[in-house]
Design a protein around this ligand. Structure first.
Ligand SMILES: Cc1cc2nc3c(=O)[nH]c(=O)nc-3n(C[C@H](O)[C@H](O)[C@H](O)COP(=O)(O)O)c2cc1C
Length: 234
């Protein structure tokens, strides 16, 4: 199995970094292949604009998706983006490792998606959802949150974690064809004991070593839709 971990945490002593190290050790010990894109260590630039391209389709007006289509057809991505695109194409499983920030992705990871998942490389030409570019691959969020579990439930101030992660699961992973593995969530790692943190890392190791049979979220069936809108049932 070939696993890409896109790691978005600035602090090597953080729980997120411990999770990525645990995953790398577990996968390597089990003789899987693993590549980590450590975005902060790479000083990844998250801003998506003309700096993505070596090609120019229209020098007067910047239409990002039009430039992406042109770059995709003309090998027109800067080397740092092409390298990330190649990693996504290479992997069987992609893991996003990140702390929830403002109920979403940290900017550096959102920017990685904005730049790497370009038209012609990750979607486009009617290729989406179950007919998506990355059909056959799987993707998973491995996240930490600040609050305890009840905060992320029907009685909490936020919502169940799958609702919080919906834009990533549906709008990024499923849209581009990935099958979505149930997220792995650690609630309040800085509030729990050292023993509990060790237990959580062990639990994560178990998930990593069973990725091939980890539970999946329901897939969207494009036959149920006219384009992007659900067919009426008469
Ligand atoms: C900018 C920022 C925004 C945050 N937003 C949230 C949030 O919306 N919900 C939440 O539960 N925790 C939030 N947190 C807390 C982090 O999720 C928490 O500190 C992290 O998951 C702990 O993992 P770590 O020790 O590896 O950093 C936020 C933290 C920061 C720095």
């Amino acid at each position: 199995m070939r696993v890409l971990i896109v790691h978005a945490h600035h602090e090597p002593t953080s729980f997120n970094s411990a999770m990525t190290r645990e995953a790398v050790t577990a996968l390597t010990d089990a003789e899987h292949e693993v590549v980590v894109s450590d975005l902060h260590a790479m000083q990844f630039d998250p801003v998506s604009d003309r700096r993505n391209f070596t090609t120019v389709a229209d020098s007067a007006v910047l239409k990002q998706q039009a430039e992406e289509s042109h770059a995709s057809a003309n090998k027109g991505y800067v080397a740092e983006l092409q390298a990330e695109m190649d990693k996504v194409a290479w992997c069987d499983v992609m893991i996003f490792q990140f702390p929830i920030w403002w109920l979403g992705l940290p900017a550096i990871l959102k920017g990685w998606v904005d730049r790497v998942f370009a038209v012609g490389r990750a979607y486009g030409g009617g290729r989406w959802f179950d007919g998506g570019v990355f059909a056959g691959k799987r993707a998973m969020c491995s996240v930490t949150v600040g609050g305890p579990q009840p905060v992320y439930s029907d009685i909490g101030v936020y919502a169940p974690i799958n609702d919080v992660l919906f834009p990533i699961h549906r709008g990024i992973f499923a849209f581009c064809g990935f099958t979505v593995i149930e997220p792995f969530v650690v609630y309040g790692p800085s509030r729990i004991s050292t023993e509990a943190r060790t237990d959580e890392l062990w639990r994560y190791r178990e998930r990593i070593l069973t990725l091939d049979r980890a539970p999946m979220l329901p897939m969207l069936n494009s036959a149920d839709y006219d384009g992007l809108v659900k067919k009426r049932v008469n």
